[in-house]
Design a protein around this ligand. Structure first.
Ligand code: DGP
Length: 145
């Protein structure tokens, strides 16, 4: 008899149950991960980031993968998937995001900067929580790639 069969023969139920339990926990973990929004986690302080600005409605933090010497992400604390899914009720909040961008740029000493919101996968959006990229500190080309 093979070694694994001996183990199974001795304790057939528990091995299967443990395997099933691990599979279940793993699938559950994946589902939770998929549902959890990274930027909501950052806004709630559950996920670490280099926060540079925060008020009652907005959080701004350094991008993990900077594309310019200064690359800040500015997000609403409220979960909105994208600019396209914002609504009339977000009108003031959207204004606040842009004003925060201008304020942060000034504080960082950026006279020239670019403010970008990628909307949808085809436009390069990878995190589906509305965010503006505030970038500066280098020359930018136009049209954007
Ligand atoms: P976009 O592709 O437009 O959805 O931009 C998402 C940006 O978010 C991308 O530049 C990388 C950044 N990013 C993704 N995950 C994290 C994270 O956990 N922390 C920080 N600081 N930035 C992140």
């Amino acid at each position: 008899m093979r070694v694994e069969n001996v183990a199974k023969a001795k304790c057939p139920l528990s091995v299967d149950i443990i395997q099933q339990a691990f599979t279940f926990i793993y699938i559950f973990y994946i589902i939770i991960q998929m549902k959890e929004c990274i930027f909501c986690g950052i806004a709630a302080g559950k996920i670490q980031s280099q926060i540079i600005y925060q008020d009652d409605d907005i959080v701004a933090f350094k991008d993990l993968n900077p594309q310019a010497p200064a690359h800040i992400l500015i997000i609403p604390i409220k979960h909105i998937e994208s600019l396209a899914s914002s609504s009339e009720e977000d009108c003031v909040l959207l204004g606040k995001l842009q004003l925060a961008a201008a304020k942060i740029a000034k504080e960082l000493g950026l006279k020239d900067f670019r403010l970008v919101a990628n909307n949808g996968k085809g436009a390069g959006q990878s995190v589906f929580h509305l965010h503006y990229h505030l970038m500066g500190g280098r020359r930018f080309m136009w049209p954007a790639g």
